[in-house]
Design a protein around this ligand. Structure first.
Ligand code: TYM
Length: 331
């Protein structure tokens, strides 16, 4: 049985980048009956940067509701909160002890974030973040990790950590692979097509949240920046804004990019944007509606997460016992 593991930090409102890059992939994989699916809400990763405690626990439930509203089926997938399973931090510690310091200093996400925040404000947790991510993945004998492009380097590091542990101690870890949909792995900001759409975006027009209303979506697409010229073609170098909109259109409509290019040949940006807005609205609406139903049903969500954590622990703890025996921990 193949295992698929992925997770999202409850560090902000989820947007269409998270959906296209990650959740949409998870949902389409989920029908493979021979696979085991585990999706986590990784709150311990979120606190590597300060989070308001009340907002954090609220967001954890919100992300859970988004998973379900988007089509993650708790009958087919294990859904749990990372901090509900103590094996993750335990395993992360052991893995920290086989992770070379130099590997972590090369992580681009750490370099970017620590540069933005300033070294003095950067936590050691942020530095060790990828090791906790390796623990998340390796504890479940994961084969595939469906993620967006920004996580590839972390999955590569996970592979290095697994290989080193297997070599130094015993070969107990499966070496996982990232699963990426190349074209849609990096959805860009609607206001700056050269930078990634991100949860921490300050300009609300730069991202479309999965809970945005129809009119907010229409407005954001209308105001999305375009490129010079008037052709609607996929060319990320020459036309980064239009290319990004074409990828979003393709992902929400199921139409190929070349089909869209043919269809919009000779048509205006405004017409293209109008149709795009309609497609995004039609796709987000059912997710949003289901989300608002679910978020009102906190007891259901909490119960589901508790059961998910128990199932996750059942699997991960077997691996922890293997780790202990391989390393010689305990008696
Ligand atoms: P996070 O919470 O930043 O993002 C969640 C997922 O969304 C993808 N993503 C995007 N994809 C396309 N375009 C974008 N603009 C975009 N922005 C975000 C991310 O690549 C990710 O797949 N470290 C992870 C969370 C994590 C994890 C794990 C993932 C912790 N442990 C184990 C997989 C396996 C993160 O910060 O994702």
């Amino acid at each position: 049985m193949k295992a698929i593991f992925s997770g999202i930090q409850p560090s902000g409102d989820l947007h269409i980048g998270n959906y296209i890059g990650a959740i949409q992939q998870w949902v389409s994989l989920q029908n493979q009956e021979s696979h085991r699916f585990i999706f986590s809400i990784v709150d311990l990763h979120a606190i590597t940067v300060y989070q308001d405690p009340e907002i954090l626990s609220k967001r954890t439930l919100e992300v859970t509701a988004i998973y379900l509203a988007s089509g993650i089926d708790p009958k087919k997938s294990i859904i749990f909160v990372q901090s509900d399973n103590p094996d993750h931090t335990y395993c992360a510690w052991v893995l920290n002890c086989v992770t070379n310091f130099g590997w972590l200093t090369r992580m681009t996400q750490f370099k970017d974030k620590s540069l933005k925040q300033g070294r003095a404000n950067t936590s050691a947790g942020l530095f060790n973040y990828p090791v906790l991510m390796a623990a998340d993945i390796l504890l479940y004998d994961t084969d595939l990790v469906p993620v967006g492009e920004d996580q590839i380097q972390h999955v590569e590091l996970t592979r290095d950590i697994a290989k080193k542990f297997n070599q130094v101690y015993k070969p107990i870890f499966k070496v996982p692979e990232a699963l990426i949909d190349k074209k849609s792995a990096r959805i860009m900001s609607l206001q700056n097509p050269l930078s990634k759409m991100s949860k921490s975006e300050v300009d609300p027009k730069a991202k479309i949240n999965l809970t945005d209303s129809d009119s907010e979506i229409v407005e954001k697409i209308r105001k999305a920046v375009t490129d010079s010229g008037n052709e609607i073609i996929y060319d990320p170098k020459a036309k980064p804004a239009i290319s990004n909109l074409l990828v979003i259109f393709s992902k929400f409509s199921g139409r190929s990019i070349s089909d869209l290019q043919d269809y919009y040949k000779g048509k205006k940006y405004s017409e293209f944007k109008e149709d795009l807005a309609e497609v995004v609205v039609e796709n987000i609406r059912p997710i949003r509606e289901r989300y608002f139903e679910l978020i009102d049903n906190k007891d259901y969500l909490i119960d589901l997460l508790k059961k998910g954590a128990e199932k996750a622990f059942e699997i991960s703890h077997k691996k922890v016992l293997e780790i202990n025996s391989a390393v010689g921990l305990g008696i």
